[in-house]
Design a protein around this ligand. Structure first.
Ligand code: AMP
Ligand code: ZN
Ligand code: FE
Ligand code: FE
Length: 286
């Protein structure tokens, strides 16, 4: 019994539709999966149906971009109320910044003499939460570069000419935003973030968990983060961070997190709801 708690669809920068992703989860015999699209929960409605049809347990989630002490920190939110108005308003703002950022990045690429049309990027992205991978794919499709990696290396990486910032909320805001929507806040891929010294501080901000298992973490790195999570009383999570087909094959299936970790997430979220009186209210209204 395994889970993958970090997956993207074409509602952000993944290439699979919710139905394709649920189909892969079924084929790989996952018991549970979470959808963690960047700055959007729009894919969760279709994932709920698709996972039900495939006999896979579905966990609604999101991946936010936050910042603390100058470090970009990705914060995953699990078991969110995807209709929470405060959450949806803030996500809409993040999406607006993402769309403005695409125009800005394409303008910088045009300044370099490359006639990429912004409309081509938006058409390829076909979602409200576009990102750099869409610009890279459009550049590649129009043969302005030879590969996605080349697009990042030449234009899109931080410090390269077409790089532009995203909306970055503070980690405290990200954690509070997830909590007020009933969710659990988890720091994504700490091994990629390389700001381990900040993790105890994030725990005091209310962080609930640490993504110990990730495609970019070696087994040793994962073990070290598990020990740190245990020390700080943080929940342990993990996922493949699959964005669809990349370099020939998808990442889904490469990380298989024991389902017992999902049970611990569920226990924590139920305790939290009890604390907030939400369960009491809903029981008395039945
Ligand atoms: P954005 O959210 O628009 O800043 O884009 C970040 C996403 O781009 C990440 O989630 C990765 O999927 C992808 N990405 C970041 N760096 C690279 C890279 N060097 N090559 C390919 N994809 C990348
Ligand atoms: Zn991504
Ligand atoms: Fe991330
Ligand atoms: Fe991700």
């Amino acid at each position: 019994m395994f889970a993958d708690l970090h997956l993207h669809t074409n509602f952000s920068d993944g290439t699979y539709s919710p139905e394709e992703l649920a189909g892969h989860a079924h084929r790989l015999e996952f018991k549970a999966i979470a959808l963690t699209d960047h700055d959007t929960v729009e894919g969760c409605a279709r994932m709920t149906v698709a996972c039900q049809q495939n006999g896979v347990e579905f966990i609604p989630a999101v991946e936010l971009t936050a910042e603390h002490n100058g470090h970009e920190i990705h914060v995953l939110g699990y078991y969110l109320d995807t209709a929470n108005p405060v959450l949806l308003t803030r996500l809409a703002e993040c999406q607006q910044v993402r769309q403005d950022r695409i125009r800005h990045m394409v303008a910088r690429i045009n300044d370099l003499g490359i006639p990429l049309a912004v409309q081509d990027v938006f058409e390829l992205a076909n979602c409200r939460s576009p990102g750099r991978p869409h610009v890279a794919r459009a550049l590649w499709q129009r043969e302005f570069c030879g590969s996605i990696d080349e697009a990042f290396d030449r234009f899109l990486k931080k410090g390269k000419p077409a790089w532009a910032p995203k909306l970055k909320m503070s980690t405290q805001e990200a954690i509070d935003l997830i909590h007020q929507a009933g969710g659990l806040a988890v720091m994504a891929h700490p091994g990629l973030t390389r700001a381990d010294e900040l993790i105890p501080e994030l725990a005091t901000q209310g962080l609930d968990g640490l993504e110990c298992f990730h495609t970019k973490h070696t087994p040793t790195v994962a073990e070290n983060y598990k020990a740190l999570a245990t020390r700080l009383n943080l929940l342990i999570t993990g996922g493949s961070d699959c964005h669809g087909i990349a370099k020939g094959k998808p990442l889904i299936g490469t990380i298989k997190v024991p389902y017992s970790y999902v049970e611990k997430l569920k226990t924590r979220v139920t305790e939290r709801a009890l604390d907030r009186g939400l369960l009491l209210a809903s029981n008395s209204s039945r």
